[in-house]
Design a protein. Sequence first.
Length: 300
Amino acid sequence: MSSSFPESTQLLGYSPRISIMAGLGLAQIGEFSFVLAKVGCSEGLLPNTDYQSFLAASIISMIATPFLINIAPKLGYFLQSLFTSKPNEEVTETGADGEIYKLNNHVIVVGYGLNSRNLSRVLRAVQLPYVVLEINAETIRRGKADGERIIYGDGTRREVLHHIGVGRASVLVVAISDPAAVRRIVGQIRQLNSNIHIIVRTRYVAEIKDLMNLGANEVIPEEFETSIEIFSRVLDRYSVARNIIERQISKIRRLGYEMLRSHSLPIIQTTGLPSALDGTSTETIYLDQLRRLLVKPFHK
């Protein structure tokens, strides 16, 4: 079992940890089995004693499912360590894989969703060294087709993190939707590199405290940034000066999201806001455009 399991997992494009967790989540009996068992019993194919045993086993499996799902992450990590013993067997070699060992002061991006794709595009444009870690085989194929420096590997495993040079990296960005995996990645990387700057994208504000305690430097919850974007656009619609909008955003961020975590939001004083709103309109002009406007009349 230990030799064939990792191979079948690689064919599906997922790590053993993910497969174990999915298997535990699907371990309970399905509803269609009850239909088959009932028909088999009525047709004499299944003795009544076996049918009763089947019902008992089915009920036990359904009762056990919530507990299995609860322990699935920890059990997945444990069994993965047994099935995959080679140091780098879970990292897919690429043509540029040798360059990973030469990376220094680089950015590690875990996950290749929309946020990570935009980040990678910017890092590539400004020529900063980086590497992307992903476990979805199809996503990796698409990334490589676009010329992305992306490799296959589970960021929860220490040997994979060593392979991508976590000890030499300067910044880690975690942008995946697996809360248990995110916490494990942050905790392990903080132990492996005490100086690395860890930025985590999470879904909810409630997860900020735990991630910060594990060693994250910055935690950016999606619901928080969405709320900022919403009130920024509302204020902009009412022609509020951009510096006032930025001031409100800065105040919220300085409070460390405490306003959004509390049930009652503290009042932020905005002295002079009514007068600022009266007849206010703003427009952005780039410096080179302004220079042309100022210089052009003198050439007439």
